[in-house]
Structures are given as C-alpha cells and as structure tokens.
Design a protein around this ligand. Sequence first.
Ligand SMILES: [Zn+2]
Length: 273
Amino acid sequence: MKKLFFLASLLLAFGWILTGVFLPDCTFAMGNDPSAKEKAKGKSGKESLDSLPDVIVKARMNEKESDILAQRLALFYAQEYPKYFGTPPKRKPTIVILDTKSGYEKILGEKGEVYGHYLPALNKIYTYQQENLEGVLFHELAHYWLQENSMERRALWFEEGFASFFESPEFQPDASITFKIKNFRNEKTIANEMDYIPLAKFLHTVDLRYEVSKTQARAIFTWLNDQGKLPAFVQLYLENASYDISGADALREVTGMTMEIMDTSLQNWMRQK
Ligand SMILES: [Zn+2]
C-alpha cells in the first residue's frame, strides 16, 4: 500500500513538473502541420487560435489578442489552481469562443447561461466574444476544475460561488491577477437586508434563480478569501461533500464560528465592501 502511494505521489509530482514547465511561457503555437496555419486563416485573413498545453481553444482572433489571452489563461491556472487542488486535471477542456452572442445562443439554445457555459459530459466550454471574456472563461474553467477534482455532487451555492469568485479579474502590472470583491452581481444588491437568507437556510437552498442568491453565494467566497480561509474551505468542502453537501460542517470548522456569528460577520462584510 505504501509503495503504491509512493508511486502515485511520484506520478503526481511528475505531472506537476510537466505542467509547470509547459504553462508559463506557452503561446498559441500553430501545431506541427505546416499547412495548419494556412488552413486556420479564414477569409478575413485573421488567424484562429490553435491550442494551449492545458486547454484547447477554438476562436477567431488576431495574433496579438490570442497572445494576450494565452498568457492570461496560463497565468490564471498557474496562480490559482494549486491553491485549491493537489493534483493536475486529467482531461483537457475545449474552449469554443464564438464570434457573436447569437451564434452562441444558436448552439446552446435555452439551456445556455448568459455569458458562457461549461458542459461537463463533453468537457467543453462555450462562450462568445465579449468585454469580460477572460472573466467568463475563468468562471467556466473553475466549474471544470471542480468537476475534475470531485466525483461528488456539489451544492449549487458552492458551485456558483466558487466559479463566480473568479469572474471579475483585474490584471495587475506585476503580472498577477486579482479578483474584484464587488461586481455586476451586486447591482441588485443585498443592501436590502430583506434579501439576505440566513446561512442555516441558504446552504440548503437549491434554487439560485434569483440574482440576490448568486450575490450571496459569491459573497461567502469573497468573505472567506478576505480571512485567508478560502483554499482551506474549498478543500474541506470537497473532502466532506459525500456526507455534507451543504458545506455547513466545513464552514464551521474553517471559520471556527457558529452559523449565527457567521451570519453577522458575513452581513457586515457585505455592507462594508
Ligand atoms: Zn457558473
């Protein structure tokens, strides 16, 4: 058993080294087939993206745009993924960036979310050219990360809270990424305290149709992050998910607070920030 564990650790470590080597300076190399570059040039003369080492990207972009996106995707993975997960993802998702929203809606139909959509069974992310493209991709990639790292069902508040934590990135001059505490979800804010749902109830809520619920789910993540407890919480949640899908135990353990104290602290956080 020990031997097996050792072998597994070695393999994992090797996987990380490989990923580490490939990611930082990856660019959208056009593949080995010399004609691929020609083929990839559409009628407009623009090049489409080829691929990153950890994701496959299909999009129509010029070289400068694709370079920037490649750097940012690589940076996001290198900076954030190891904080939450101990092993690299096994599968490579395909990201399809359509030119227009109507093209996106044609493919996804009714079930598509507004900005982007991850289909776990196909391991595919669909989105379209838009202002906050990176944020949308980070959100969807976070869904993929969870999918890769847990066989268990997860509460919607956890799933969406985690993904939406990454959806409003700011790219800093020192080549790091920070994530906005407040974002577009707060427009319909919980400043109206009637909309706040006590955690004891909220954690068991499966309905996140209301914007205020999504705002509250996201706020739990920014609040935990502000205390430096987000990675520990995410890890514990995934560990406990088979018997505590609500995340209540993990929240109590990581914060050392009762539900009532968490409610007060979280509400204060939401009011201030
Ligand atoms: Zn989502």
